[in-house]
Design a protein around this ligand. Structure first.
Ligand code: PLP
Length: 444
């Protein structure tokens, strides 16, 4: 029902988009029309044509409270008119309060450095870890270990920790000192089929690598509690516990990337909290920290580590800065976002509803092309295969068709990132954490 004038305006927008806007992770396609978002309502958005979609991936897994929370917008507005910008070489109230709140949520004593994104939060973690070891008397500890299939960001350090070949090939050589180990991926375990405790073998492999490299050369292990973009890989709770013990034994820092899994996504406030007794040395956050309303990254460091950067310890400070990192408006938004998450009991809700959604999605495993359905909280992966016995990954055509069919029905879903060709065969579903039960029903 669009009028000619509106249609012409849309055509014009599309042309400008094609001529001037460089899209993330997207091939230019002369024939394709971009999906141009116009307006959002909770977990739904409308495009310029007035078509309506349920966002089953929360934007880029960040729009955790959905569109249109006026109290979040109000918090940003009030902060912007009050103190529009202030650097964190000095200090401001929202950043002070947010750093204290993060420490409380992590259930330990943490000091936080703010940036603008998940990539930067991880870059900051690497710099802190290397400098910490120097100032702690172990200057040879500079290497980082991450897992194949992991995604830790797009800047060169974070990309070096990212172990997905296609994302890196044209941008190599990577930053020196990043090593990769197998993920705890029981469906396609590199340790063999039907091996019991293959997750623990994956953990012990980290121990081996540290021994082979020499523990005096290893600074940190970085991991997501649940690999998200790399195909929703859900290890047993024992895995992270074992990795934490290995790190401790070798004086290697455990860096937990909670960029996706933080702030309730997995049915705990942070993903690492599924594994009892694990207290990471460094926790990185972004996305759900502000529910995507404004950019913000955070690197929270255990106070014992921060101690090594204090002048009274006769140590050097961290030579790291970000103009916009910890922007007052972003911090005010994060505080309001966390307040809502707590007041609305979002974490428990995700845990409760997530379990029943997973049970329903698992029914798909009776279909020929569904190899495995995995999930935790509101993070689900559906691994598609051509042949269930051989586990041959589903074809590109199959993946594209399923995603297009969902879109046609008004549901946006994603798929795992650019690993080696043929291994991006996992559909990804991660709806807003505040989605109504009716919306979730539609999605299922
Ligand atoms: N870490 C993980 C686990 C991510 O999924 C992402 C982004 O998707 C990042 C880090 C990088 O975050 P950003 O895109 O905000 O730089």
């Amino acid at each position: 029902g669009l009028e000619n004038k509106q249609l012409l305006e849309i055509q014009e927008l599309i042309q400008k988009d094609k001529d001037h806007l460089w899209h993330a992770m997207s091939r230019y396609n002369e024939k394709a029309t971009p999906l141009i978002g116009m307006r959002g309502e909770g977990g739904w958005f409308f495009d310029v044509n007035g078509d309506k979609f349920f966002d089953g991936v929360s934007g880029l897994w960040c729009l955790n409270l959905g569109h249109g929370r006026k109290e979040i917008a109000q918090a940003a507005y009030e902060q912007m008119v009050n103190l529009s910008y202030f650097p964190l070489t000095l200090s401001h109230i929202p950043a002070i309060q947010l750093s204290a709140k993060i420490s409380e949520l992590l259930q330990g004593s943490y000091t936080t450095f703010f940036s603008n994104s998940g990539s930067e939060a991880n870059e900051t973690a690497f710099k802190i870890a290397r400098q910490y070891h120097i100032q702690n008397g172990h200057p040879g500890k500079y290497k980082f270990i991450s897992r194949y299939r992991a995604y830790h960001g797009s800047t060169l350090g974070a990309l070096s920790a990212t172990a997905q070949a296609n994302r890196r090939i044209k941008y190599d050589p990577a930053v020196p000192g990043f090593l990769h180990v197998p993920p705890p991926y029981s469906y396609r375990s590199p340790f063999g089929e039907h091996v019991p405790d293959s997750d623990l073998l994956a953990a012990d492999y980290i121990d081996q690598v540290i021994n082979w490299e020499g523990s005096e050369t290893v600074a940190g292990v970085i991991l997501e509690p649940f690999i998200s973009g790399g195909g929703v890989i859900i290890p047993s709770k024992e895995y992270l516990k074992r990795v934490a013990e290995i790190c401790k034994k070798h004086d290697v820092l455990l860096i937990v990337d909670e960029v996706v899994s933080g702030f309730g996504r997995t049915g705990e406030m942070f993903g690492f909290m599924h594994s009892e007794g694990v207290q990471p040395d460094i926790v990185t956050m972004a996305k759900g920290l502000t529910s995507g309303y404004l950019p913000l990254g955070a690197t929270a460091v255990r106070s014992e580590i921060y101690e090594k950067f204090k002048e009274n310890g006769k140590q050097d400070h961290l030579r790291h800065i970000s103009t916009f990192g910890g922007h007052p408006a972003s911090c005010a938004v994060a505080l309001k976002n966390i307040e809502i998450i707590e007041n609305e009991g979002i974490v428990d809700r995700v845990s409760r509803l997530g379990e029943s959604i997973l049970l329903e999605l698992r029914e798909l495993e009776s279909l020929d092309k569904v190899g495995e359905v995995r999930g935790v909280g509101f993070l689900f992966g559906i691994e598609l295969v051509e042949d269930k016995k051989l586990k041959t990954p589903a074809s590109e055509e199959c993946m594209v068709n399923v995603i297009a069919a969902c879109k046609k029905k008004g549901l946006i879903i994603g798929r795992n990132g650019d690993t080696v060709p043929g291994l991006n065969n996992v559909l990804i579903i991660a709806p807003p954490l505040s989605s109504t039960e009716e919306d979730l029903r539609f999605m299922v």
